[in-house]
Design a protein around this ligand. Sequence first.
Ligand SMILES: *Cc1c(COP(=O)(O)O)cnc(C)c1O
Length: 382
Amino acid sequence: MSVPLLNLRPQYESLKSELHNAISGVIESQQFILGKEVQEFECDAAGYIGSKYTLGVTSGSDALIMALMALDIGPGDEVITTPYSFFATVGSIYRVGATPVFVDICDTSYNIDTQRIEEKITSKTKAIMPVHLFGQSAKMDKIIELGKKYNIPVIEDAAQAIGSTYEGKQVGNIGDIGCFSFFPSKNLGCFGDGGMVTTNSEELFHKLSSIRNHGQNPAVKYQHQYVGGNFRIDTLQAAILKVKLPHLNSWVESRRQNANIYYTLFNDLLPKGTLDSLAITLPKEESPSFHTFNQFVVRIPFRDKFLEAAKNANIGVMVYYPFPLHLQPCFSSMGFKEGDFKVSETAALQTVALPIYPEAPKSDLEQVAELLVKTGKECGAW
Ligand SMILES: *Cc1c(COP(=O)(O)O)cnc(C)c1O
């Protein structure tokens, strides 16, 4: 690939000896499950997020499932969420036996349209699960207001958005439970799978920590208060994350600088007036959000032509996501059809993510922008 969508190597090289020390420290200690490194990382992460409690867990997907379990959400319950996200958002709701209730997205932020949540609230609604998609917070003031009004907990899917803020507050620390992923492509990635849950509620924290360990009673070994699971983060991953966390803000800053490079490039390369037309929509940071650009997603009606051109030019781009969740084959029994959530469906047809990782060379971003502008011209978009 002449221009990769993501290259993890430069970040690894920049911290190589620290990372190797951390990894061999765990191996030398022979303490592979929980222990010191997990506690230290949790403490650092709580400091970063500003939450009272954090727990390292197996993955972002499991963080979501644990949050739903801790709130006793199951069959007969409804959870309001977005149809435009990674599968795990809705997969978690389905897996605990609850019913996902979709609310379409806004066409500028791709996040849940908070104007349309209230009409979907029923006596069965047991949680609202906004996703901070691509690194930009959903409109949390409105969501928190609705949660308070109807006494419904808010679970934040912050998997793509660690470091993002809303009104100056870290995402994941605004609702009742925050769920994070450390999958390698996220803003903070480990060397495999990992995740985290955060909360400010002591009661939820105790329940979540029990659930992380099969629902075991922390005071009585092999006695189980709940049916939990094995949701423990690997000690090795926690040790790696502890090394990486202090660098998160500088990586976020680099992502934002890369976004600015794209803004300048498109501004310079496109004919005047094009950026305000429907021919191309660049991602917008919507105040009071602080966007961390986990992905830089543009909307172009000639998307499929661009995918083809990028493939021929060996340029890595990716569609997040080509199928809205309500139209997934595994949910066909829920009876959704095309046209039910039009904004999400159009986004699935027209969006594409461009390389934005912190160390992406400027010359790569230039190649991507030039190819996109050239393809748009060939398609008659400008
Ligand atoms: C990545 C992601 C998840 C799942 O995280 P994993 O660590 O891969 O299990 C959940 N929700 C969203 C929005 C994600 O992007």
